[in-house]
Design a protein around this ligand. Structure first.
Ligand SMILES: [Zn+2]
Length: 82
């Protein structure tokens, strides 16, 4: 089994990974799943999300209005509803 390097938005999209944005505002645990297709259109498919700042600086929390957040990714689930 080959372990592929996941570092660009395209990698995430192609491998079915999920991207989450987390609010960094105080006392706010706001988080939402990002639409990777939209991110690719805006920032480019080859945009590297490792230590990236362009997307995270533009995050605006819908719960508290805080600007700025952090991104995390999660592997595709191996269990799904068919
Ligand atoms: Zn927030």
């Amino acid at each position: 089994m080959t372990i592929k390097t996941i570092q660009t938005l395209k990698n995430l999209h192609d491998e079915g990974w999920h991207c989450w944005a987390h609010c960094t505002g105080r006392n706010c645990g706001g988080a939402s799943q990002m639409d990777i297709t939209s991110l690719m259109k805006r920032f480019g498919a080859e945009h590297c999300f490792i230590n990236e700042t362009r997307i995270s600086a533009r995050l605006v929390c819908s719960q508290c209005g805080h600007k700025g957040g952090r991104l995390s990714i999660s592997a595709p689930s191996s269990v799904r509803v068919d």
